[in-house]
Design a protein around this ligand. Structure first.
Ligand code: HEM
Length: 243
Protein backbone atom coordinates (compact mmCIF):
# COMPACT_ATOMS: atom_id res chain seq x y z
CA UNK A 1 0.00 0.00 0.00
CA UNK A 2 1.51 3.32 -1.08
CA UNK A 3 0.15 6.82 -1.31
CA UNK A 4 -0.37 7.17 -5.07
CA UNK A 5 1.96 9.62 -6.79
CA UNK A 6 3.88 9.53 -10.05
CA UNK A 7 5.51 6.19 -10.91
CA UNK A 8 4.20 3.62 -8.45
CA UNK A 9 7.31 1.49 -8.60
CA UNK A 10 9.80 4.34 -8.53
CA UNK A 11 13.32 4.34 -9.93
CA UNK A 12 14.50 0.76 -10.25
CA UNK A 13 16.93 -0.41 -7.61
CA UNK A 14 19.45 -1.47 -10.26
CA UNK A 15 19.78 2.16 -11.41
CA UNK A 16 20.94 3.33 -7.99
CA UNK A 17 24.68 3.66 -7.32
CA UNK A 18 26.23 1.21 -4.80
CA UNK A 19 26.58 3.98 -2.19
CA UNK A 20 22.93 5.00 -2.66
CA UNK A 21 21.91 1.34 -2.43
CA UNK A 22 23.72 1.08 0.92
CA UNK A 23 21.94 4.08 2.37
CA UNK A 24 18.56 2.90 1.03
CA UNK A 25 19.13 -0.54 2.55
CA UNK A 26 20.08 1.10 5.84
CA UNK A 27 17.01 3.34 5.68
CA UNK A 28 14.77 0.33 5.05
CA UNK A 29 16.37 -1.60 7.90
CA UNK A 30 15.88 1.32 10.32
CA UNK A 31 12.24 1.73 9.20
CA UNK A 32 11.65 -2.01 9.68
CA UNK A 33 13.09 -2.02 13.20
CA UNK A 34 11.32 1.22 14.23
CA UNK A 35 7.97 -0.08 12.95
CA UNK A 36 8.36 -3.19 15.10
CA UNK A 37 9.05 -1.19 18.27
CA UNK A 38 5.35 -0.65 19.26
CA UNK A 39 4.77 -4.42 19.01
CA UNK A 40 7.97 -5.16 20.93
CA UNK A 41 6.87 -2.70 23.64
CA UNK A 42 3.45 -4.40 23.89
CA UNK A 43 5.12 -7.81 24.20
CA UNK A 44 7.45 -6.44 26.87
CA UNK A 45 4.53 -4.98 28.84
CA UNK A 46 2.61 -8.28 28.54
CA UNK A 47 5.67 -10.16 29.82
CA UNK A 48 6.04 -7.70 32.72
CA UNK A 49 2.31 -7.90 33.52
CA UNK A 50 2.13 -4.19 32.73
CA UNK A 51 -0.93 -4.01 30.46
CA UNK A 52 -3.13 -2.51 33.19
CA UNK A 53 -6.46 -3.62 34.63
CA UNK A 54 -7.96 -4.35 31.20
CA UNK A 55 -5.20 -5.85 28.99
CA UNK A 56 -7.52 -6.58 26.03
CA UNK A 57 -8.68 -2.96 25.90
CA UNK A 58 -5.07 -1.80 26.20
CA UNK A 59 -3.90 -4.01 23.31
CA UNK A 60 -6.92 -3.02 21.15
CA UNK A 61 -6.25 0.66 21.70
CA UNK A 62 -2.48 0.46 21.17
CA UNK A 63 -2.74 -1.56 17.95
CA UNK A 64 -5.57 0.75 16.75
CA UNK A 65 -3.66 3.94 17.40
CA UNK A 66 -0.49 2.55 15.76
CA UNK A 67 -2.49 1.56 12.68
CA UNK A 68 -3.71 5.14 12.42
CA UNK A 69 -0.27 6.68 13.07
CA UNK A 70 1.43 4.52 10.45
CA UNK A 71 -1.33 5.26 7.96
CA UNK A 72 -0.80 8.99 8.43
CA UNK A 73 3.00 8.65 8.31
CA UNK A 74 2.62 6.77 4.99
CA UNK A 75 0.45 9.58 3.64
CA UNK A 76 3.04 12.16 4.74
CA UNK A 77 5.80 10.63 2.59
CA UNK A 78 4.85 12.27 -0.72
CA UNK A 79 4.32 15.80 0.68
CA UNK A 80 7.56 15.48 2.67
CA UNK A 81 9.43 14.29 -0.41
CA UNK A 82 8.10 17.22 -2.44
CA UNK A 83 8.91 19.75 0.27
CA UNK A 84 12.41 18.47 1.04
CA UNK A 85 13.36 16.94 -2.37
CA UNK A 86 14.53 13.91 -0.36
CA UNK A 87 13.46 11.41 -3.03
CA UNK A 88 14.82 8.34 -1.26
CA UNK A 89 11.91 8.66 1.18
CA UNK A 90 9.70 6.99 -1.39
CA UNK A 91 11.70 3.77 -0.93
CA UNK A 92 10.23 3.19 2.54
CA UNK A 93 6.63 4.11 1.65
CA UNK A 94 5.60 0.60 0.71
CA UNK A 95 7.08 -0.84 3.91
CA UNK A 96 5.22 1.77 5.98
CA UNK A 97 2.00 0.90 4.16
CA UNK A 98 2.51 -2.80 4.81
CA UNK A 99 3.21 -2.13 8.49
CA UNK A 100 -0.05 -0.13 8.63
CA UNK A 101 -1.80 -3.24 7.37
CA UNK A 102 0.14 -5.44 9.80
CA UNK A 103 -1.02 -3.39 12.82
CA UNK A 104 -4.58 -3.28 11.41
CA UNK A 105 -4.53 -7.11 11.28
CA UNK A 106 -3.27 -7.24 14.89
CA UNK A 107 -5.98 -4.75 15.92
CA UNK A 108 -8.70 -6.72 14.12
CA UNK A 109 -7.41 -10.05 15.50
CA UNK A 110 -7.38 -8.67 19.05
CA UNK A 111 -11.03 -7.74 18.60
CA UNK A 112 -12.07 -11.02 16.89
CA UNK A 113 -10.02 -13.34 19.11
CA UNK A 114 -9.48 -11.78 22.55
CA UNK A 115 -12.56 -9.53 22.68
CA UNK A 116 -15.19 -11.60 20.85
CA UNK A 117 -13.73 -15.14 21.14
CA UNK A 118 -14.55 -15.80 17.46
CA UNK A 119 -18.27 -15.26 18.10
CA UNK A 120 -18.99 -14.42 14.45
CA UNK A 121 -22.69 -13.72 15.06
CA UNK A 122 -21.70 -11.20 17.73
CA UNK A 123 -19.11 -9.67 15.40
CA UNK A 124 -21.61 -9.32 12.54
CA UNK A 125 -24.13 -7.73 14.95
CA UNK A 126 -21.42 -5.36 16.20
CA UNK A 127 -20.46 -4.33 12.65
CA UNK A 128 -24.16 -3.82 11.87
CA UNK A 129 -25.21 -2.03 15.06
CA UNK A 130 -22.22 0.00 16.32
CA UNK A 131 -21.33 2.77 13.84
CA UNK A 132 -17.71 3.09 15.02
CA UNK A 133 -17.17 -0.64 14.40
CA UNK A 134 -18.89 -0.33 10.99
CA UNK A 135 -16.49 2.37 9.78
CA UNK A 136 -13.45 0.65 11.34
CA UNK A 137 -14.41 -2.55 9.57
CA UNK A 138 -14.91 -0.68 6.28
CA UNK A 139 -11.42 0.85 6.65
CA UNK A 140 -9.95 -2.60 7.28
CA UNK A 141 -11.72 -4.17 4.28
CA UNK A 142 -10.49 -1.34 2.03
CA UNK A 143 -6.93 -1.86 3.25
CA UNK A 144 -6.93 -5.49 2.07
CA UNK A 145 -6.71 -4.86 -1.72
CA UNK A 146 -4.02 -2.23 -1.15
CA UNK A 147 -1.87 -4.70 0.78
CA UNK A 148 -2.47 -7.46 -1.78
CA UNK A 149 -1.51 -5.20 -4.71
CA UNK A 150 1.52 -3.58 -3.09
CA UNK A 151 4.18 -5.60 -4.95
CA UNK A 152 5.93 -4.45 -8.15
CA UNK A 153 4.51 -7.49 -9.94
CA UNK A 154 0.97 -6.33 -9.07
CA UNK A 155 1.73 -2.78 -10.25
CA UNK A 156 2.82 -4.24 -13.59
CA UNK A 157 -0.17 -6.57 -13.75
CA UNK A 158 -2.72 -3.84 -13.06
CA UNK A 159 -0.96 -1.11 -15.01
CA UNK A 160 0.16 2.16 -13.42
CA UNK A 161 -3.10 4.08 -13.92
CA UNK A 162 -5.40 1.39 -12.56
CA UNK A 163 -3.03 0.71 -9.68
CA UNK A 164 -2.93 4.41 -8.77
CA UNK A 165 -6.71 4.70 -8.96
CA UNK A 166 -7.03 1.72 -6.59
CA UNK A 167 -4.44 3.09 -4.17
CA UNK A 168 -6.20 6.45 -4.04
CA UNK A 169 -8.70 4.75 -1.71
CA UNK A 170 -6.05 5.24 0.97
CA UNK A 171 -7.49 8.75 1.48
CA UNK A 172 -11.00 7.31 2.02
CA UNK A 173 -9.42 4.82 4.46
CA UNK A 174 -7.83 7.70 6.39
CA UNK A 175 -11.21 9.46 6.64
CA UNK A 176 -12.91 6.25 7.80
CA UNK A 177 -10.14 5.62 10.33
CA UNK A 178 -10.42 9.05 11.98
CA UNK A 179 -14.23 8.77 11.93
CA UNK A 180 -13.84 5.41 13.73
CA UNK A 181 -11.69 7.12 16.35
CA UNK A 182 -13.96 10.19 16.67
CA UNK A 183 -17.05 8.01 17.14
CA UNK A 184 -15.58 5.65 19.71
CA UNK A 185 -14.23 8.34 22.05
CA UNK A 186 -16.74 9.40 24.65
CA UNK A 187 -14.99 12.06 26.71
CA UNK A 188 -11.80 13.83 25.67
CA UNK A 189 -11.91 14.43 21.90
CA UNK A 190 -8.51 16.16 21.71
CA UNK A 191 -6.49 13.24 20.30
CA UNK A 192 -8.99 12.12 17.63
CA UNK A 193 -9.46 15.76 16.61
CA UNK A 194 -5.70 16.19 16.16
CA UNK A 195 -5.61 13.12 13.88
CA UNK A 196 -8.67 14.43 11.98
CA UNK A 197 -6.91 17.79 11.48
CA UNK A 198 -3.81 16.01 10.10
CA UNK A 199 -5.97 14.07 7.61
CA UNK A 200 -7.72 17.28 6.54
CA UNK A 201 -4.40 19.03 6.07
CA UNK A 202 -3.00 16.13 3.99
CA UNK A 203 -6.13 16.12 1.81
CA UNK A 204 -5.97 19.90 1.36
CA UNK A 205 -2.27 19.77 0.39
CA UNK A 206 -2.98 16.99 -2.10
CA UNK A 207 -5.97 18.85 -3.63
CA UNK A 208 -3.88 22.02 -3.94
CA UNK A 209 -1.03 20.17 -5.68
CA UNK A 210 -3.39 18.47 -8.09
CA UNK A 211 -4.93 21.83 -8.97
CA UNK A 212 -1.44 23.29 -9.58
CA UNK A 213 -0.54 20.34 -11.82
CA UNK A 214 -3.80 20.68 -13.75
CA UNK A 215 -3.21 24.39 -14.32
CA UNK A 216 0.38 23.80 -15.39
CA UNK A 217 -0.79 21.11 -17.83
CA UNK A 218 -3.45 23.41 -19.28
CA UNK A 219 -1.02 26.29 -19.53
CA UNK A 220 1.49 24.02 -21.30
CA UNK A 221 -1.16 22.65 -23.65
CA UNK A 222 -2.56 26.02 -24.71
CA UNK A 223 0.71 27.93 -24.36
CA UNK A 224 -0.69 30.57 -22.02
CA UNK A 225 -1.17 31.43 -18.39
CA UNK A 226 -4.62 30.31 -17.28
CA UNK A 227 -6.47 32.13 -14.53
CA UNK A 228 -8.47 29.71 -12.34
CA UNK A 229 -11.86 31.16 -13.26
CA UNK A 230 -11.22 30.85 -17.03
CA UNK A 231 -10.13 27.20 -17.12
CA UNK A 232 -13.56 25.65 -17.86
CA UNK A 233 -14.27 28.23 -20.61
CA UNK A 234 -10.85 27.70 -22.20
CA UNK A 235 -11.44 23.95 -22.28
CA UNK A 236 -14.88 24.47 -23.84
CA UNK A 237 -13.59 27.02 -26.32
CA UNK A 238 -10.80 24.74 -27.58
CA UNK A 239 -12.33 21.26 -27.53
CA UNK A 240 -9.41 20.19 -29.71
CA UNK A 241 -5.80 21.34 -29.53
CA UNK A 242 -5.74 24.73 -31.29
CA UNK A 243 -3.86 25.10 -34.63
C1 HEM B 1 -7.77 0.77 9.43
C2 HEM B 1 -8.53 0.25 10.35
C3 HEM B 1 -8.61 0.75 11.78
C4 HEM B 1 -7.99 1.79 12.42
C5 HEM B 1 -7.00 2.79 11.84
C6 HEM B 1 -8.42 1.78 13.80
C7 HEM B 1 -8.00 2.69 14.76
C8 HEM B 1 -8.43 2.68 16.08
C9 HEM B 1 -8.07 3.66 17.06
C10 HEM B 1 -7.16 4.85 16.79
C11 HEM B 1 -8.64 3.29 18.22
C12 HEM B 1 -8.60 4.06 19.55
C13 HEM B 1 -7.29 3.95 20.26
C14 HEM B 1 -7.29 4.78 21.53
O1 HEM B 1 -8.32 4.89 22.18
O2 HEM B 1 -6.22 5.31 21.84
C15 HEM B 1 -9.39 2.08 18.00
C16 HEM B 1 -10.12 1.41 18.95
C17 HEM B 1 -10.91 0.35 18.69
N1 HEM B 1 -11.11 -0.25 17.47
FE1 HEM B 1 -10.22 0.24 15.73
N2 HEM B 1 -9.30 0.75 13.98
C18 HEM B 1 -9.44 0.10 12.77
C19 HEM B 1 -10.23 -0.99 12.51
C20 HEM B 1 -11.00 -1.62 13.44
C21 HEM B 1 -11.79 -2.82 13.20
C22 HEM B 1 -11.85 -3.55 11.86
C23 HEM B 1 -12.41 -3.13 14.36
C24 HEM B 1 -13.33 -4.26 14.66
C25 HEM B 1 -14.10 -4.84 13.78
C26 HEM B 1 -12.02 -2.15 15.36
C27 HEM B 1 -12.42 -2.16 16.67
C28 HEM B 1 -11.98 -1.30 17.65
C29 HEM B 1 -12.34 -1.40 19.05
C30 HEM B 1 -13.30 -2.41 19.67
C31 HEM B 1 -11.68 -0.35 19.71
C32 HEM B 1 -11.68 -0.04 21.20
C33 HEM B 1 -12.89 0.76 21.57
C34 HEM B 1 -12.93 1.10 23.03
O3 HEM B 1 -11.94 0.93 23.71
O4 HEM B 1 -13.97 1.53 23.45
N3 HEM B 1 -11.16 -1.25 14.76
N4 HEM B 1 -9.24 1.73 16.67
Amino acid sequence: MNAPQESPIGKSAENAKPQQMMSITRMKLITFVVCLLPLAWLCFLAWQDGLGANPIEYITRETGVWTLRLLLITLCITPLRKLTSWHALVRVRRMLGLFTFFYAVLHFLTYVWLDQFFDFTGIVMDVYKRPFITVGFAAFVLLLPLAVTSSNAMVRMLGGRRWQALHRTVYAIAILAVTHYLWLVKKDMTRPLIYAAIVLLLLAVRAWWREQERRAQLAGKYGMRVAPSTIPQVVKFFPKRPG
